[in-house]
Design a protein around this ligand. Structure first.
Ligand code: PLP
Length: 394
């Protein structure tokens, strides 16, 4: 059964054009791009082209693109580089809703003598720029704020935040893993110094990412080794994946319009109909300022895991906003930071769409989901008590 795949913020399918472009570089054209011979040289030309394709998507210049293995490596490289480049500065500013690729590193650094300010968000997942401004100090080495949240799709004002950091000579990094390819980005017009991208979120393979590094920004490499990537990241280039990422970047550029019209239309119809047909459902996050493909919806008094399991029986793939920790279900750190009540946060589901979804798939989910919620609620003692309270009966 072909899945009805609505979990594209977790990972995406490799586009057919991307796979086709990669295949020759596994077997026929396997040369090392650093080799002196022309067999390797022809691969280097394709790596150069991929660098240009990625740079074009970001409004950057090709020399500012450093290929890495994933978004997590890019995030770690950016933050560690800033701390090595400014050894006297011991303060990091980030937010409470970052991906673990940033959060786990910052928690680790907090045990190694660094001071970490995790900025809060409001009930809609928004950042307060005045509070952000107050957090910046002469001791701040780096700000790391995500461009868009992976769970809710809420977009942070990173361009403005980067300008405020630059006015104080502070490096600014953004984790743009979820926003690249979904919203227009033109780094040449911003004060952003470093940006992380991950291939597998935009129809390239897993295991490839980039770190954008503004020309002139201080940098200290994380991966020391060969002279690859101009000494900024050692290790033989993952040539098939790099070439695939180049093609994916070009496709994303071309399909940006579709993402913001067709995909947004699918998402809005899914969301609107769910809210109209299922009682006690609510969208999490700022609906005005969100990625076009993401919808995070809470269904009160049911467990997200239960919804996922029942949807899975119909081949519907999505994510829940709670994770099983030590045998008990914990709402995600993002929903907790937003102050979403437990009865809502436990029943949250993230649908994340792509240009490969169809109107028929939306119809299918809209047909299957209401009875699933009804069935789960009929088994939930909390629903009976809670619903009665909502109706003023208890
Ligand atoms: N940052 C964000 C916002 C993400 O959503 C993810 C992946 O889900 C990552 C970083 C990590 O990327 P990767 O899986 O390429 O390491």
């Amino acid at each position: 059964m072909k899945p009805v795949y609505m979990d594209n913020n977790a990972t995406t399918s490799v586009a057919a054009e991307v796979l086709e472009a990669m295949l020759p570089y596994f077997h026929d054209l396997y040369g090392n791009p650093s080799s002196m011979h022309s067999f390797g040289g022809q691969v280097m030309r394709e790596v150069r082209k991929a660098r240009e394709q990625v740079a074009a998507l970001l409004g950057a210049s090709p020399e500012e693109i450093v290929f890495t293995s994933c978004g997590t490596e890019s995030d770690n490289t950016a933050i560690r580089s800033a701390l090595s480049s400014y050894p006297d500065k011991k303060h990091i500013v980030t937010s409470r809703v970052e991906h673990p690729a940033v959060r786990a590193l910052c928690s680790h650094l907090a045990t190694r003598g660094y001071r970490v300010t995790e900025l809060p968000v409001d009930g809609e997942g928004r950042l307060d720029l005045e509070q952000y401004k107050r957090a910046l100090t002469p001791d701040t080495a780096i700000v790391s704020l995500m461009w868009a949240n992976n769970e809710t799709g809420v977009i942070f004002p990173v361009e403005k935040a980067a300008e405020m950091a630059r006015e104080r000579n502070i490096l600014f990094h953004t984790d743009a893993v979820q926003s690249v390819g979904k919203i227009p980005i033109n780094l040449s017009k911003t004060a952003i110094d470093m940006l992380s991208l991950s291939g597998h979120k935009l129809h390239a393979p897993k295991g490839i990412g980039i770190l954008y590094l503004r020309k002139g920004a201080k940098f200290s490499p994380f991966m020391l080794g060969g002279h690859q990537e101009r000494g900024r990241r050692g290790g033989t280039e993952a040539t098939p994946s790099i070439i695939g990422l180049g093609v994916a970047a070009e496709l994303a550029h071309k399909k940006m319009e579709i993402e913001n019209t067709f995909v947004k239309g699918l998402r809005d119809r899914l969301e609107k109909t769910i809210l109209e047909t299922i009682p006690n459902a609510k969208v999490n996050g700022d609906r005005q300022n969100r990625l076009p493909n993401t919808s995070n919806i809470s269904f009160e008094f049911v467990e997200g895991e239960g919804i996922l399991l029942m949807m899975d029986e119909f081949g519907i793939c999505a994510s829940s906003g709670s994770a099983c920790t030590s045998g008990s279900l914990q709402p995600s750190h993002v929903l907790r930071a937003m102050g979403i009540p437990f009865t809502m946060a436990h029943g949250s589901i993230r649908f994340s769409l792509s240009v490969y979804n169809t109107e028929e798939e939306i119809d299918f989910v809209l047909e299957k989901l209401p009875p699933i919620i009804q069935t789960l609620r009929s088994m939930s003692p909390y629903w009976k008590v809670g619903a009665a309270q909502v109706c003023g009966e208890a």
